[in-house]
Ligand binder design. Structure first.
Ligand code: FAD
Ligand code: SF4
Ligand code: SF4
Length: 482
């Protein structure tokens, strides 16, 4: 034990990679933190106490081998750390950047409970795989021995990309269909560059393309092909389409110009970051420059909208949320980042009407108070009588969450069974939907969730699809008398 490089949490304090100064970072879309320099990564990894039962791993949806790759990092054996980290995740550097670690691995680190501050697991994970990319350790995707079977993946988000990678490595022909012109799903067009720079996503996509995964971009299932068409072409299908129907507000004036959906706003901004020509950006309808912006909602999407609006040069940015800070769904870290960048949070407030004729000029707001806990156990917000007031607004962004689209109708597949929330119903033992050979994973099954859960689902569904496809091949061979 005497010469162990680990257990340094008493002598070495917790450190995150330094954030760029709020004033500077609020004027561009680059990530707000740099990576650890090598000595800091090694030192931070060395704080881990190598728990026999590592709660960090238990609470990581991928059950990453966290204590093992922390030890390898502390010992300077970075390439081995990368290989271990890569063994359980298709995109560790992305999770290291955008997982809500405070609710997952780091929030359950025993060192946090002992008052020393959690091991900064996410930042070390990001450091390991960023270093691997820099050093050329990230191997190309090598397709397995061809199996003569083909898989269609609908949706190129983290769930679809994960499955595509693993099934290609297992020797299948893999075709990925996505209605957007670039792959990546919300990694590309939802999450802004200041949390996840786009080249980090694109290099992952390129690796799959180079490994022979065929991408059909700008291809919308339901418009360009039906589910029946795809089933004829492929031996199995994965539906990983995410959830995109924006929840709306019911209040007078909500149809006014200048009241927009969060994802339209974020997609326009992300497209502009790629250098695309985005007319709604240029004409100002989806741009915050010079405007008083009000964002409604308290989740990740709302946080991304307020911080994007600041970067676009808004005159003021307010976030209205009906509960208080302690009861918001978004990450506390993101709230702190937003506040540093100049966002004002108006807790316990909800819109009751939108003002202005034609174009919005303001939001009529009521104060809220927290009542008895509801079915979810959270205290239900209710209007506080007599607390109404108005806030000036030229741009209102609705960020109230997402529901699934009506896939059975869109895909022309009435036999596709859905739950009462509209998510796809799957047999949880096989991840197969009500249609034979059609599987589903990610947000379209869970409802709006997290990237790391989409990756986990993509990993799990791969095993089920592989089993199904092998059985199908065996059945075919025996029918042919082989
Ligand atoms: P998606 O990423 O949504 O990908 C689905 C893909 O399917 C899309 O590319 C879509 O174009 C395609 N598609 C849909 N319908 C069709 C069709 N008919 N034909 C062809 N293609 C189709 N999670 C985190 O962990 N950390 C964060 O910081 C975070 N921030 C977020 C910020 C925002 C603004 C949003 C909206 C979500 C955020 N999330 C975050 C959640 C996370 O992005 C999702 O949980 C995750 O991307 C779900 O992955 P998925 O593969 O299931 O679906
Ligand atoms: Fe933590 Fe997410 Fe990485 Fe798991 S994948 S170790 S939860 S940052
Ligand atoms: Fe290390 Fe914390 Fe995980 Fe324990 S819980 S193994 S100290 S990172």
């Amino acid at each position: 034990m005497a010469d162990t490089p680990m257990l340094k949490f008493v002598t070495k304090g917790q450190l995150y990679p330094p954030k760029r100064d709020a004033g500077t970072r609020a004027s561009d879309f680059q990530e707000i933190s740099s990576s650890f320099p090598v000595p800091d990564a090694e030192e931070q990894a060395s704080r881990c106490s190598q728990c026999g039962v590592p709660y960090c791993s238990t609470h990581c949806p991928l059950h990453n081998h966290i204590p093992d790759w922390l030890r390898l990092t502390a010992e300077g054996r970075l390439r081995e750390a990368y290989e271990l980290s890569n063994a359980t995740s298709t995109m560790p550097e992305i999770c290291g950047r955008i997982c809500p670690q405070d609710r997952l691995c780091e929030g359950n680190c025993v060192i946090e409970f002992s008052g020393h501050g959690a091991v900064t697991i996410g930042s070390v994970e990001k450091f390991i795989t960023d270093t691997a990319w820099k050093e050329g350790w990230v191997e190309p995707l090598v397709p397995g021995q061809p199996r003569g079977q083909s898989v269609g993946v609908i949706g190129a988000g983290p769930a679809g990309l994960t499955t595509a990678e693993y099934l290609r490595a297992a020797g299948y022909d893999v075709h990925v269909y996505d209605r957007h012109d670039r792959a990546g799903g919300l990694l590309t067009y939802g999450i802004p560059g200041f949390k996840l720079e786009k080249d980090v996503v694109m290099r992952r996509v390129q690796r799959l393309k180079d490994g022979g995964v065929v991408f059909h971009e700008g291809f919308e299932v339901g418009r360009d092909a039906s589910m029946a068409d795809l089933r004829k072409q492929h031996d199995a299908i994965l539906i990983a389409t995410g959830v995109y129907k924006a929840r709306d507000i019911r209040a007078p004036g909500v149809g006014a110009q200048g009241i927009v959906k969060a994802l339209d706003f974020l997609t326009a901004s992300n497209r502009a970051s790629f250098g695309d020509d985005v007319p709604e950006h240029t004409d100002g309808s989806l741009h915050a420059a010079g405007k008083h912006v009000v964002v409604i909602g308290g989740g990740d999407t709302a946080m991304d909208c307020v911080r994007t609006a600041i970067r676009q040069g808004a005159k003021s940015v307010k976030c209205l949320y009906r509960r208080d800070r302690e009861n918001m769904p978004g990450s506390q870290r993101e709230v702190a980042n937003a506040e540093e960048e100049g966002v004002e949070f108006v807790w316990l407030s909800a819109p009751i009407a939108f003002e202005g004729t034609g174009h919005v000029t303001g939001v009529k707001v009521t104060g809220m108070r927290l009542g008895q806990p509801d079915a979810s156990g959270r205290r239900a917000p209710e209007p506080d009588p007599g607390s109404e007031y108005s806030i000036e607004a030229d741009l209102v962004i609705k960020a109230l969450g997402f529901d699934p689209e009506d896939l059975p109708t869109m895909f022309g597949a009435d036999e596709l069974s859905v739950t009462r929330w509209g998510t796809l119903r799957v047999d949880h033992k096989t991840m197969m939907t009500s249609m034979d050979g059609v599987f589903a994973a990610g947000d379209i099954v869970r409802g709006a969730s997290l990237v790391v859960w989409a990756i986990r689902d993509g990993r799990d569904v791969t095993d089920h699809m592989h089993r199904y496809l092998k059985a199908k091949a065996r059945a075919k061979a025996s029918a042919e008398g082989n």
